[in-house]
Design a protein around this ligand. Structure first.
Ligand SMILES: Cc1cc2nc3c(=O)[nH]c(=O)nc-3n(C[C@H](O)[C@H](O)[C@H](O)COP(=O)(O)OP(=O)(O)OC[C@H]3O[C@@H](n4cnc5c(N)ncnc54)[C@H](O)[C@@H]3O)c2cc1C
Length: 337
């Protein structure tokens, strides 16, 4: 029988990240007892964040050397915790910090790694489910090699509801931090404008290139489009996605929205967000875009063209209407609320 480790970094406040709790839900499906391993500057709140979740034991590696995300120190801490646990299956949240080091950690452990896991299944042994070719093909994998490291994508599972019960027993693991050449001098955010990517939002509003195109009156009105999109985002708290055509316009010297960058792009060459609902506006619904909607559970679109891609089974509801008029009305209703 496999032994399980939930391995994660801590947040700055010493708690376990939400994505790690989601990965814990995935690991619980395997039906084996779970030990947790947490590293970071402080791991003070880690035990409390795992209370009542069924984790019996918590291994920790903490200290100033492990506070900042840095390959050498993170890899050393993660490897030491995995070795101390003796686990044969290591489940991690796919946060950028874990994604960066876990392939190297798997190598140091003499194991194997699989990424972008969306589900773990107990089939008399662990099996991992993930999507290939940009969410077009779903596959189930098993491996003989151990330890098997699995990075679970955030948003694939809800965090477990604490069921009551004690916090796990904590055992500190002594890790000697390796010499580090990298020092962290600060953070620089890629988007200088308004923060429009909100992974926790219930709704994803997608803007397509139609917002900047000539309208039936013969004129383009990107300023009005900007005002309507931002007005909706501010009033609703929705996250903003984009089609590739709209974000690519920057390179073509056309009007672009300052609050939008390639990070907003949804699709084959963009992101695959996991909001419960999505509303596409002025976007055609082409396959390379819609494939990024794989995990959006309820899809609606507003398009002037009754024959657009959304109409061909890609949206649950298509409003054949002018998005300028629709969003103006929606914003007025939100404003009145
Ligand atoms: C290899 C490859 C990878 C790609 N990857 C991606 C990807 O990751 N993501 C992606 O998005 N695309 C991707 N594409 C591009 C994709 O095929 C489409 O070209 C793109 O998604 C089109 O963007 P759009 O719908 O915004 O623009 P358009 O095709 O120009 O559509 C604009 C739409 O707006 C509608 N419209 C105009 N005015 C209004 C109005 N007032 N009210 C309502 N509707 C209106 C029009 O009817 C039209 O349907 C990829 C293409 C290739 C070849």
């Amino acid at each position: 029988m496999d032994t399980l480790l939930l391995l994660t970094h801590a947040e700055a406040d010493g708690a376990v990240p939400k994505a790690a709790l989601e990965a814990l839900s995935a690991a619980k499906a395997l039906g084996a007892p779970i030990t947790a391993g947490v590293f970071g500057g402080s791991v003070e709140k880690a035990a409390a964040s795992l209370a009542g979740t069924g984790v019996a034991k918590l291994l920790t590696a903490s200290g100033a050397a492990f506070a900042e995300p840095r390959y050498a120190t993170d890899a050393a801490a993660a490897t030491a915790l995995a070795k101390a646990s003796g686990a044969t299956v290591v489940v991690c949240p796919a946060t950028s910090r874990m994604v960066r080091v876990m392939a190297g950690v798997a190598q140091r452990l003499g194991g194997r790694i699989d990424t972008h896991v969306t589900q773990l299944v107990n089939e008399g042994g662990p099996a991992a489910v993930r999507w290939y070719y940009r969410q077009r093909i779903e596959a189930k994998l098993k491996r003989k090699e151990r330890p098997w490291v699995l990075l679970v994508d955030p948003g694939a599972y809800p965090a477990p509801k604490p069921e009551g019960g004690a916090a796990p027993a904590v055992e500190a693991v002594a890790v000697t931090a390796p010499a580090a050449r990298t020092t962290v001098s600060g953070f620089r955010a890629p988007s200088s404008g308004e923060q429009t990517i909100r992974p926790e939002a219930k709704l994803l509003l997608v803007a397509g290139a139609g917002w900047t195109k000539k309208q039936p009156d013969g004129k383009a009105n990107p300023e009005k489009a900007e005002q309507l999109i931002l007005g909706f985002l501010r009033a609703s708290g929705a996250s903003l996605g984009s089609s590739k055509s709209l974000v690519d316009q920057a390179g073509e010297g056309q009007k672009v929205f300052e609050f939008m960058s390639h990070l907003n792009q949804v699709g084959q060459t963009g992101a695959t967000p996991r909001h419960p609902k999505g509303l596409a506006t002025c976007c055609h619904g082409e396959e390379p875009h819609v494939v990024g909607w794989r995990f959006i559970r309820e899809r609606r679109a507003v398009n002037l063209d009754p024959n657009c891609g959304w109409a061909r089974g890609k949206a649950d509801v298509l409003y054949v209407a002018d998005a300028f008029a629709v969003m103006e009305k929606v914003n007025a209703l939100l404003g009145a609320k």
